[in-house]
Design a protein around this ligand. Structure first.
Ligand code: ZN
Ligand code: ZN
Ligand code: FE
Length: 764
């Protein structure tokens, strides 16, 4: 028998996912001796054994690795024969400058779920049960390597029983860093008044359940932050939450105990079922069923409801089925308005005291706040709307190695992105940067990612918009650290993100239909209804919507009525007295608007597709003012679900898309009292047909067959489905966002891809 020794190095998600015990058991099964150890750049293994068994061992690693592991690369080299004493798991070694991906937080696994409700288990009803396959990760990690002293679990000393499990390679809790039990781990308590303990442990959970059953609102400390919760079938509880949170109509996310409960409210396909049950456990937007017992004010004007399953043991205990207790909870972010989700007890007590009737708290600190992720489905495949818990900080794999670059992202729905080697670490959803708390959170999170992944940016990418907080941060930092800084046009970033995540290479020519809300254009106007052709180096803008004034700037976004009248005005169409947007304005407002438009005062031009949807929603009387972003467009989409196939004409003059023919026909339909759902459907059909026309022009003029669909408007599922159908029947391939959201959540990734390309070019 020939004996040999091998050194093996593995890169990927291999820490905190049960990888070392897996290697340990695999080595024993093959009769090998040696060791395995976490290093800050992955996992190192050395083995000695028969030639055949060593080879079989290596082959088995990627094939039978644990569910949560991801093997990105596996390198082996022959080493001089070493005689080991058995097989051992040895202590971690930290090497400066190396890095490994960090696991996202993972929903409770099936085995832990069963133990939670098993009266014979020593963790029976313990709200922090977890194992190597599940539990908190990213939200509790302070530094790498991922070991307990560097997490927020450091303050909990393991009891002898937990220690034994932790040290036994054959145990499911071997080296599960957050391992804990009722004797040694974190505990929950309930406060009726902020700061006054009402009850602890099981009694606290029952008190919280009683409060919810009584229609009260709770602040609940979860995995990545606080939720505000109430009974979703109780309209007055939901109404109280809305008025206290000053959230008029924006839909609330829901949580139900199990799939069967969710099925009572929405239609679930097998693919959706799979996603709901996945370790990521996101909120999934699903088509609402009619006539349920859900309070109508949970998600007014929406065709879809956002549901998630309980992803922590605490959630399972809260929702445990029992007569007289709520089966579905509203679980919305615990925050004020657009501020970041709260993660600290003290902040919750002070900031949420005007909203919550009680607080369910625990003493496991949250190091990094992270929101729930939101997904929907297109073509039976997941389509990201908000990428956060369960996904971040998993990197996006790049086609080529990248230098270390920071891209700071946009102002709204901010994420940032750091690149290194073949990875792009797109951050979790940071949020709306126009408030100070989010901006602070953004800076803290950038430093945290840089430290976790050992990235020291060599260059910075930022949005062309001079007033974005992220732009200011980028310019200040570039100056302080003397780094090259690359401004990136907002919609160019959308295009680049869509290209690269669909596997195109950075200098391949591509085209995109970027239908978006707002982005600063290279000509100083506001863009958003664009056809861009280019690659990661540069772009041209062959077609765009004819720009119309945005009278009053942001006020026009909050008041679609203004947008409707401005659009008609700029196309030379009269404001007839029977127009609903006109009736929505006082006579002073009408006069002010006329003046603003005639003189061009505070009326920047925009080619935004998002604003066109707002304008049409106002013309149809859907929304004259909105209480959350894109409310008019979303409610218009809800109306457009019918079978109507007609559409309106348009015209393309040089580079400008002229919608006057469409608007004239739409006004004529209104005058003839054609029903709103029919007009809404015709409008959606028109935009899908327009998308096809533009794609066909790009194909015949430039020979490009693959078209990226990016921008917030592509969250509109009716529009997207109609467009995909048209593309498919005409041999054009739509490239959809699948790893990053089509909205501004993708912008940082696109900025990074463009900056990587430009930076490498100047270095050469
Ligand atoms: Zn588990
Ligand atoms: Zn214990
Ligand atoms: Fe955008």
């Amino acid at each position: 028998m020939t004996v040999k020794s091998r050194h093996i190095h593995i890169n990927g998600i291999v820490q905190g996912v049960g990888f070392r015990p897996f290697i340990y058991n695999l080595a024993l099964a093959h009769g090998l001796t040696g060791w395995v150890r976490n290093s800050s750049s992955g996992v190192d293994i050395e083995v000695t054994g028969s030639n055949r068994e060593v080879e079989k061992f290596i082959e088995a690693i990627p094939i039978s690795a644990p569910v949560l592991a991801q093997v990105d690369s596996l390198e082996t080299r022959e080493i001089p024969i070493i005689e080991f004493d058995g097989f051992n798991i040895v202590a971690s070694e930290d090497q400066q400058n190396d890095f490994i991906p960090v696991s996202p937080d993972v929903a409770i696994c099936q085995q832990c779920h069963e133990e939670l409700f098993d009266p014979g288990d020593r963790r029976f009803r313990y709200p922090f049960i977890n194992c190597t396959n599940c539990g908190p990760r990213f939200s509790i990690i302070k530094e790498i390597p991922y070991d307990r002293p560097l997490t927020t679990m450091a303050e909990f000393k393991m009891c002898p029983d937990c220690q034994t499990e932790y040290e036994n390679p054959q145990d499911r809790r071997f080296h599960a860093q957050p391992v804990a039990c009722p004797d040694c781990g974190p505990q929950v308590w309930f406060e009726g008044q902020p700061g006054v303990v009402h009850s602890e442990k099981e009694t606290a959970i029952q008190a919280a359940r009683r409060y919810l059953a009584d229609g009260k609102i709770l602040a609940i400390k979860g995995l990545g932050g606080f939720h505000l919760a109430c009974d979703a079938t109780n309209p007055s509880a939901v109404a109280a939450l809305r008025s206290r949170k000053h959230r008029q109509a924006k839909p609330f996310a829901l949580m139900a105990y199990d799939l069967d409960t969710i099925r009572n409210y929405v239609r679930i396909t097998p693919a959706a079922e799979h996603l709901l049950l996945s370790p990521q456990a996101p909120i999934v937007l699903l088509p609402e069923k009619p006539h349920t017992n859900l309070a109508e004010n949970v998600a007014p004007g929406q065709a879809n409801l956002g549901f998630m399953l309980p992803y922590t043991p605490l959630h399972l205990l809260l929702l445990e089925p029992q007569d007289g207790y709520p089966k579905v909870l509203v679980m919305t972010s615990g925050n004020l308005a657009e501020e970041p989700i709260i993660r600290e007890d003290e902040q919750a007590r002070s900031k949420l005291s005007g909203i919550a009737d009680g607080y369910l708290l625990h003493n496991r600190p949250i190091h990094m706040r992270i929101d729930d992720s939101v997904y929907t489905f297109i073509d039976e495949k997941p389509y990201p709307i908000r990428r956060a818990r369960g996904y971040a900080p998993n990197p996006i794999r790049l086609p080529l190695p990248a230098p270390q670059i920071l891209a700071v992202g946009p102002q709204m729905k901010n994420t940032f992105c750091l690149t290194r080697e073949k990875y792009a670490f797109l951050s979790h959803h940071i949020g709306e940067m126009d408030n100070w708390e989010t901006y602070e959170d953004f800076q803290k999170a950038i430093r945290h990612y840089e430290s976790l992944f050992r990235i020291k940016p060599e260059a910075i990418a930022y949005d062309l918009h001079p007033d974005y907080q992220s732009t200011r941060y980028a310019l200040e930092r570039a100056q302080a650290e003397r780094l090259p800084a690359f401004p990136v046009q907002h919609h160019h970033a959308h295009l680049a993100a869509g290209m690269i995540e669909n596997g195109l290479i950075p200098d391949e020519p591509a085209a995109g239909l970027i239908f978006d809300g707002t982005g600063f254009g290279s000509d100083g106007t506001i863009w958003g209804g664009e056809v861009l052709v280019g690659n990661c180096e540069d772009y041209t803008r062959p077609y765009h919507l004819k720009p119309v004034p945005l009278p009053g700037g942001d006020i026009a976004i909050q008041k679609p009525a203004r947008m409707a009248l401005s659009t008609l005005w700029s196309y030379g169409l009269d404001w007839s007295e029977d127009l609903l947007p006109l009736q929505a304005l006082s006579s002073e407002e009408r006069q002010a608007l006329r003046n603003q438009l005639a003189k061009g005062i505070n009326a920047p031009l925009t080619s935004s597709m998002g604003r066109l949807f707002d304008a049409v929603s106002a013309l149809l009387g859907v929304r004259q003012t909105v209480s959350y972003e894109a409310q008019g467009a979303i409610e218009l989409e809800t109306l457009a679900a019918g079978p109507e196939t007609g559409y309106y004409p348009w015209q393309i003059d040089q580079q400008e898309i002229n919608l006057k023919p469409m608007l004239e026909m739409l006004l004529a339909d209104l005058a003839r009292n054609i029903s709103t759902p029919v007009i809404a459907a015709r409008f959606h059909n028109t935009i899908a047909e327009l998308a096809l026309d533009l794609a066909q022009r790009i194909r015949s003029e430039m020979g490009i067959h693959q078209i990226v669909l990016s921008g917030g408007v592509w969250q509109n599922q009716i529009l997207l489905k109609k467009t995909i159908n048209l593309f498919n029947t005409h041999g054009i391939k739509p490239l959809l966002h699948r790893q990053t959201p089509p909205n501004d959540g993708c912008v940082a990734f696109g900025q990074a891809m463009i900056a990587v390309y430009r930076y490498q070019n100047i270095k050469e």
